[in-house]
Design a binder for this molecule. Sequence first.
Ligand SMILES: C[S@@+](CC[C@H](N)C(=O)[O-])C[C@H]1O[C@@H](n2cnc3c(N)ncnc32)[C@H](O)[C@@H]1O
Length: 509
Amino acid sequence: MLNNAPTPSPDTDALRKSYDELPYDNLPRYTTHPDCLATAARLRGLEVPSVATARVLELGCSTGVNLIALAVAIPGGRYTGIDLSTAHIDSAVSLAKTLGLEQVNFAAADLRSLAGTLGEFDYIVCHGVYSHVPADVQEAILSICAHSLAPNGVACISYNTYPGWYLRGMIRDLLRWHVRDTPELAQQVARAREFMQVLARQAQPPGGWYAGALGDEARILADSLDSYIAHEHLDPVNEPLYLIEFVARARQHGLEYLGEALPEPQLCDLPGDLGAALAGLADDPLAQGQYLDCFLGRAFHRTLLCRADAAPRERTPLETVQSLLARARATPVSEQPRVREIVVENFRTADGYAASSTDPLIKAMLVALRRRAPGMLSFAALQNEVREMLAGAWPACYREDDPVPLAEALLRLHRGSLLSLHTLDIAFATEAGTTPRASPLAREQARTGARVTSLRHDTIELDATQRELLCLLDGTQDRRELLARCPWLSAELLEKTLGHMARHALLKQ
Ligand SMILES: C[S@@+](CC[C@H](N)C(=O)[O-])C[C@H]1O[C@@H](n2cnc3c(N)ncnc32)[C@H](O)[C@@H]1O
């Protein structure tokens, strides 16, 4: 409707100019963290390289904060970031230099010129790039992965996908058409924001499917950064594709589909009889994944690839979890959950996942992890905690010395986002010591903005008090000195704020 000519493939200069004009705010994402990739790959039977000493490559790293956050939290790794925009790379190099990080390198280069030149990496990440670059750059991304992935390495490439992107793509068309005569990108974003709100308010009939779709997108855009709107909705290239198409392209490069970075539901986890419906439609995991996209209307994938010769091997649930660590996500709703009796207890996570259970094993496991939070428990330690909690009240349906039900429950709760599994326990202070020391990256970020990155790779929003305090936490000042420098803080509020920072992994050990 809006373009009857095919989208011209913009040259590199046009893309570079668009990023130089409005740099992309690079927010660290746990879904690109080597621990997330390593855990997902191990759960699929691949013996991945250790995250503590991993060589990590990020393609299209923009301002490099994702890699810099990794270098701060996991100093034993080696990190390399490539981006087309010199403005992005200058900013990345300057931040790494300010923080004195020697284990991270950045280079401004076009990915098309690099295949075969970069050396070997254990983890390769390419987030938010593949759908926004022309076909020859897409080919270069897969080619670099094929050339540079270590034998048991893992690549994670994210991309916009159909069928979900048909709906979002329609909205992108409307926004691009609305700003067609606006010359500057920043103004285009402002006009696109306004138009999106008008569209959502006036779409007819109110409450119909069309108004619903526009309303959903209006909410996403209201919470999005300008740079996201510019490069997702207004840049000339955005080429979503189906999961099966992406995997077919990867296979042409000798890469194999391993799954998704985030835990994927198994057939038994799906609501109603969707699992049975899926099983009736396909039995190989890739086709099932594609059918699942059809049912869920997914618009985005973070697909993991390994070398075709890497050969993951089937494992039992027990073998799978024995080498992993678990961390709480859910909290019991009741202050004193009755773990040992067969009564219902409810658990909720801060981001809206919930579970109810009468099963003492499940309840004991979730309570034990919560007690240990924000720390982690190994499988053996969790098993001991659960045994202690259930001593004399072991449920009749399980044998006390059988670890398999615990392993199976752990995997199920991980898939349900009620706990998280990890390969590495990242060091951070769980309590503010005598002279608290914040992550140097978070301190630097707090000087200029309210968003900081935790040592666990989360983005944390700080209020003005928290920001000012965080900037002072260089590990040299005790509470008396901190209070003297922050006269607006009471001793009680200081303790509360430090506790909040410790819980959110902002303090170094
Ligand atoms: C939408 S941004 C995503 C940045 C980052 N990965 C993130 O998620 O925050 C896409 C990035 O890809 C980079 N890029 C685009 N084409 C490229 C090319 N041919 N070679 C290297 N980088 C490229 C852009 O400069 C930009 O930083």
